[in-house]
Design a protein around this ligand. Structure first.
Ligand SMILES: [Fe+2]
Ligand SMILES: [Fe+2]
Length: 198
């Protein structure tokens, strides 16, 4: 099955996938933290924009889905005698968020949503990349990645779709193109630690 292409400008180097495949317990413990962050980020958008009915409904569903991902990764970790990693800042997400400089709505909301879209798209790309490198080495993790990839793909489209309601298609496109460039800069020096966005 050929998947529709992700919007990202660069692919993760194969070396990262090999590193993560060789350090799956580190990857999984970090992955659980990412799912927590994803659920919390969706809930914080609800808290910021409680009057945006569509956003509240979609982010509520998304948060529930991220919690189900968290539970699945947690089961897998516990089955291997491992625990979740501690909550920690995510340097990738932090570096991206530095580019949110809008001071007014709807630009601020658009930027927050586009950052969400980028993180989901990159996570999807990383899961796919690792899944391919992993091959038959660890069928349980391969199955997890295979199931979560399409979910994260849907998620970036949800974030992008919510942003698209807020401005003209032309304005959104030029803003999105800037964000894609920033994402390229932020991800470029990474790929050296076996975490989801490492
Ligand atoms: Fe997720
Ligand atoms: Fe997600």
């Amino acid at each position: 099955v050929t998947q529709p292409k992700l919007p990202l400008l660069v692919d993760t180097p194969r070396a990262w996938a090999e590193l993560a495949a060789d350090n799956l317990s580190v990857f999984l413990a970090d992955h659980a933290v990412c799912e927590q962050h994803a659920a919390l980020a969706a809930l914080s958008l609800i808290a910021r924009y409680p009057q945006d009915d569509e956003l509240v409904v979609r982010m509520g569903a998304l948060a529930a889905e991220e919690v189900s991902h968290l539970r699945r990764v947690t089961r897998l970790l516990h089955g291997r005698g491992l625990s979740l990693a501690r909550r920690r800042p995510n340097p990738y997400a932090q570096a991206l968020r530095k580019h949110i400089v809008a001071e007014r709505e709807p630009e601020l909301k658009v930027d927050r949503l586009l950052v969400g879209a980028l993180i989901e798209a990159r996570s999807c790309e990383r899961f796919t990349c690792l899944g391919q490198a992993l091959g038959p080495r660890d069928p349980e993790v391969a199955e997890l990645l295979h199931d979560l990839g399409p979910a994260e793909r849907r998620h970036w489209e949800i974030f992008h779709g919510l942003a698209a309601r807020e401005m003209s298609a032309v304005d959104l496109e030029s803003r999105w193109r800037n964000w894609l460039e920033w994402e390229r800069e932020v991800i470029a020096p990474r790929g050296t630690t076996p975490t989801v966005h490492g």
